[in-house]
Write a protein that binds this ligand. Structure first.
Ligand code: DGY
Length: 327
């Protein structure tokens, strides 16, 4: 008899590939069948009898949910970021939390470079001009962008994804300025003041929420570009819209917003020179399959009361937030 016989896992979304089949070989599995996440009450009701929870970044895992799930042995978050999980509430109940690091580093770093290139070379404006009939004879001075070779890129958060972005940026001939937590906001502001582009790769924690506020934006070089593939809450979106409207920033390219999804009539979307993608950082077929595999490995270990292959270790309280990617 296996240690997971008779146990059950609730999975909050259908998973790619063979992930569910692998789980089902070891324990009973219930899968939320919809494309949209379960509402909190639904999640509580569905997970109530489960020994393991395999959830997404769209599911809020807090004390109220954990109290409704007295059998729960593990929370396996199918994401590298875990700001949707109240780690302290899990720790207080002895419930380990797993995440899916490493496997999405390249996909996310690639998408970051795509956004850097799109914003620096003004691709959305070019595409719109072609579609709108604004494409006239070739001109020497039309849609001129920023050359990446020799440009400086401040990378806020030099964890796995930040470092992978740095490698790619260096291959393009960019000067990379790594920004960690040491030195606080003063050193962040000094670093962004030297950069032509700023790319965010820190996790969302109480100390990074609103890190890129009006002051940080004002510290950036006039005409600089902001890229965010980490978490939307790191940027003050009202201040960002103003910095774009005033022309203080040349452009911003975001893969993440607060909230997600962003309503089509959100005022941010009226700002000029703004690219917004719908959180596609890890969206490749291979990466999503690998994330599902890691999440299944974590939940299986957790229900068997074994160490998780990828366990989130410390609650991200002030001063202890890992300087990793989102991480
Ligand atoms: C993560 O895993 O945290 C990513 O944001 C998913 O794309």
């Amino acid at each position: 008899m296996s240690p997971t016989d008779g146990l059950s896992v609730f999975v909050t979304r259908r998973l790619p590939g063979e992930a569910i089949a692998r789980l089902a070989q070891a324990c009973a599995v219930a899968v939320w069948p919809e494309e949209t996440p379960p509402a909190p009450a639904e999640l509580r009701a569905r997970a109530a009898g489960a020994d393991g929870l395999l959830c997404m970044l769209t599911d809020r895992v807090d004390g109220a949910l954990l109290d409704a799930c007295p059998r729960l042995r593990v929370v396996s978050n199918l994401a590298v970021g875990y700001d949707n999980v109240d780690l302290a509430a899990c720790a207080a109940r002895g419930i380990p939390v797993g995440n899916t690091p490493d496997v999405l580093t390249d996909a996310t770093a690639d998408l970051t470079l795509a956004l850097i290139l799109a914003a620096a070379r003004r691709l959305p404006e070019g595409i719109a001009a072609v579609r709108d009939g604004a494409w006239g004879p070739w001109r020497l001075d039309w849609l001129l962008g920023l050359e990446l070779r020799g440009a400086s890129l401040a990378i806020v958060g030099m964890g796995r994804i930040g470092r992978a972005v740095g490698d790619r940026a260096r291959a393009f001939g960019m000067d990379v300025i790594g920004v960690g937590r040491e030195g606080g906001r003063a050193s962040l502001h000094a670093a962004v003041a030297r950069a032509d582009l700023v790319s965010l790769h820190c996790p969302l924690t109480p100390e990074t929420r609103g890190l890129i506020d009006a002051e940080a934006l004002a510290a950036m070089k006039p005409g600089a570009i902001l890229v965010n593939t980490a978490r939307g809450g790191i940027v003050d979106q009202v201040a960002l819209a103003e910095a774009l409207r005033s022309g203080r920033l040349a452009a911003a390219a975001l893969d993440v917003t607060d909230p997600e999804p962003l309503s089509p009539d959100d005022p941010l979307l009226a700002a000029p020179n703004l690219i917004v993608l719908p959180h596609l950082g890890s969206a490749t077929t291979l990466t999503r399959a690998r994330m599902a595999d890691l999440a299944v490995g974590n939940v299986l270990a957790g229900i068997a009361r074994e160490p998780l292959p990828h366990q989130v270790l410390a609650p991200p309280s002030a001063g202890t937030a890992p300087d990793t990617d989102r991480g």
